[in-house]
Design a protein around this ligand. Sequence first.
Ligand code: 5RP
Length: 221
Amino acid sequence: VAGPNLDREKKVAAEAAADLVQDGMRVGLGTGSTVAHLLPALAARGLTDLRCVATSVATEDHARELGVAVEDFDKLDRLDIAIDGADQIAPDRWLVKGGGGAHTREKVAAAAADRFVVIVSSDKLVERIGPPVPLELLRFGLRATLRRLDELGPVAPRPDAVSPDGNVIVDYRGPVGDPAALAAALAAEPGVVSHGLFPPEMVSEILVGNPDGSVRRVAAG
Ligand code: 5RP
């Protein structure tokens, strides 16, 4: 659980991202405690012509409670902007996501968006990407998938962690090394629905909340 300072950093980053949203936009809403700050900030904008999709039931429920309408993502073929948190951000802009187990949906939303904006507290900036890397696994053939993944490195179960689409969430805890190589190796496993490594070219902008309450904007991509 983030302390008060990190929570404030998340809040200011989320508020800066909410200011990027304009009426008429199609908006992807991520998942997690940083996005939990985005939703009230977005609601407070009072925009009347937004079309939003949510990457988790938690985000969908929270948005609706605040009066932000959410629709199914099968109705839209692209988004203007997607806004989401992250677990790790390296200097070369590789991200790790999936701490909340929603990274497959989050990656689909990010890929569909013209602009993918990442909002984080300053503790998410790391020198290099390391474990854990969340994985969403198909239940079909789960034991066989886990056995094959074990050849890459140890994989730890997350008790009762289920993705928004009913798949199994585990954490890869082996070496990361070159994120692109690990991403390719994980993606090559048929039972891996998706991994939590997001490449730099997917990211448009990173908004980092600073301890003094200011927001640092880092262009990416
Ligand atoms: C959920 C995610 C989150 O964006 C990530 O875990 C960051 O969470 P938080 O904003 O709570 O720190 O990827 O799947």
